[in-house]
Write a protein that binds this ligand. Structure first.
Ligand code: CA
Ligand code: CA
Ligand code: CA
Ligand code: CA
Length: 317
């Protein structure tokens, strides 16, 4: 059956069938037939506002699991995944082969200024948690995406990096951090060059001598010049000081960072993250923003339905 499909129907489909075939014999994790990745609509520019579109309406979605894996769930350090919001996943950018990626962003995150001025909803995940939550500009919290919606083939155990609104191709996530902030760097560019150090982050949050304990674990990024930027970030917990649920905004030219003020409150240490939507822990380990899309949802729903019909028609031939 596999060879028949391979000879008549091209590489992508045959690979999916083979992956599904393997699942039946080699691992319970692959017992579900592979969900094909559906190429989404073209990149869109979101508009600030009250609206919180669902994942199927948001373009260019990427995530990182903890621990890093490829699209069928095989461990693969520094591999980032594209997800279509219908359960389909494919490999995205791969930053290397050695370390665990624990934060991703684009150099020009589209809603950066909008979310820090409370004109867009925040998206976040917490540690040991595969869900993604939304926090609207009025303070309403919601569950934005569950693990099976993110990846029906291999539900993420812990989403630890999130990026949306980019192009549907590898390379949209071009800023990242690695677990533990090894080598004294908190943020790397796409070439693997450290551009924000642990000393920079420690100094900005008021603990300069403790830079060795800093591990940036969630990031949004906004370039403002060749060597200048604004960032939104969280760090892993530091016992007795930070619980990891803090979200700071910091400009490269500023002496200190400030806690984000979004959705009716400040995201400081006192704020209870778990109380927002029964998240698993206080530690926020993925950050993004979401807002209205500039076309009616019905158009995209129609488009998705059309793609589905084309797929069915092809399979019946
Ligand atoms: Ca990861
Ligand atoms: Ca998580
Ligand atoms: Ca890190
Ligand atoms: Ca954190």
């Amino acid at each position: 059956m596999i060879s028949q499909l391979t000879s008549t129907k091209g590489k992508t489909l045959s690979c999916l069938i083979i992956a599904a075939g393997m699942s039946a014999t080699s691992s319970i994790a692959y017992a579900v037939a592979a969900q094909p990745y559906v190429t989404p609509r073209p990149s869109a520019i979101p508009m600030p506002g009250l609206s919180i579109p669902d994942p199927t309406q948001v373009t260019g979605k990427e995530y990182s699991n903890n621990t890093d894996e490829d699209f069928i769930g095989v461990p693969d350090p520094m591999q980032v995944l594209n997800w279509d919001g219908l359960g389909g996943v494919t490999d995205g950018v791969d930053f290397g082969t050695e370390y665990e990626v624990d934060a991703i962003a684009n150099a020009g995150d589209l809603l950066f200024n909008s979310v820090i001025s409370n004109n867009s909803a925040l998206l976040y995940s917490t540690a040991a948690d595969g869900n993604i939550y939304s926090h609207g500009i009025t303070g309403a919290s919601g569950l934005w995406a569950t693990p099976p919606v993110i990846n029906a083939n291999h539900a993420p155990y812990d989403v630890d990096g999130l990026e949306v609104w980019g192009a549907d191709q590898p390379g949209d996530s071009d800023r990242y951090s690695i677990a533990g902030d090894l080598f004294g760097e908190s943020v790397y560019d796409a070439a693997g060059i450290g551009i924000i150090s642990t000393v920079d982050i420690a100094t900005a949050i008021g603990i300069p001598s403790m830079y060795g304990q800093v591990d940036l674990d969630a990031l949004m990024f906004n370039s403002t010049g060749t060597n200048s930027f604004d960032i939104l970030f969280s760090i892993a917990p530091i016992a007795g000081i930070f619980d990891g649920g803090e979200i700071w905004t910091w400009s490269s030219g500023a002496a200190v960072a400030a806690f984000l003020n979004q959705g009716g409150h400040v995201w400081d240490t006192i704020h209870c993250v778990v109380c927002e939507y029964d998240s698993v822990t206080e530690n926020i380990n993925a950050l993004e923003a979401v807002s209205s899309v500039p076309v009616p949802a019905a158009v995209w729903l129609f488009g998705s339905g059309l793609l589905g019909l084309i797929g069915v028609a092809r399979r019946k031939k």
